[in-house]
Design a protein around this ligand. Sequence first.
Ligand code: ADE
Length: 230
Amino acid sequence: ALKIGIMGAMAEEIELLHKHVERANSFEKAGITYVSGHLHGHEVIFCKSGVGKVNAAVCTQLLIDAGADCILFTGVAGALDPSLNIGDIVVSTSCQQHDMDCRPLGFSRGEIPFQDVSEWVADAALVDLAVRACEDLFPGRSMKGKVLSGDQFVASRELVRELHEELGGACTEMEGASLAQVCVMNGTPFVVIRSMSDKADGSAHVNFADFTVTASVNSHRIIDEMLRRM
Ligand code: ADE
């Protein structure tokens, strides 16, 4: 049977998983607590990632080393696509690091030097499963798109326009591309699911703070629905 890895950005969300998981077992490594157990008849292992690409990378590799066969990631993001509203959901088709920037050396924004691939494609079956779960729970409020990640809370209309126009991002956050890269390096399927907490503009910090609890509940409902259908 598959062991499903679940990584969340928010403590509230991991607490919800903890409340429902059966036969829970936990271990700690690199300061992160990993919990394994059973949910809807599946073997699962989950943890809170912490913020940023390094935390997400370490966490992802540890989930894979602990036997995760695929990884589902949920959290919040700032919307880049102007058609997205707060509360809408983006399911990753691919992820890229927007703060990888070696343009002075002639590389393009987001391009990792001397490497074939700089954009990590999500697993088509997991994307499809996530989209169908979102459409049932929140009709008309989800889209597929490219997720951009950087160690930066984006709160500028100027940067929003650049990231949307130059890199084609649907939303921006701080972990997805890191998880995606580590998953691809290991041959592990993944999908990133993000609820829009803000529009990455001047009001982003206020909207972000207001939205966390709602987002955690929504994320948990999506994961729950996906597991029921797997
Ligand atoms: N997560 C939620 N909103 C964000 C933003 N505006 N920038 C980066 N990460 C985010």
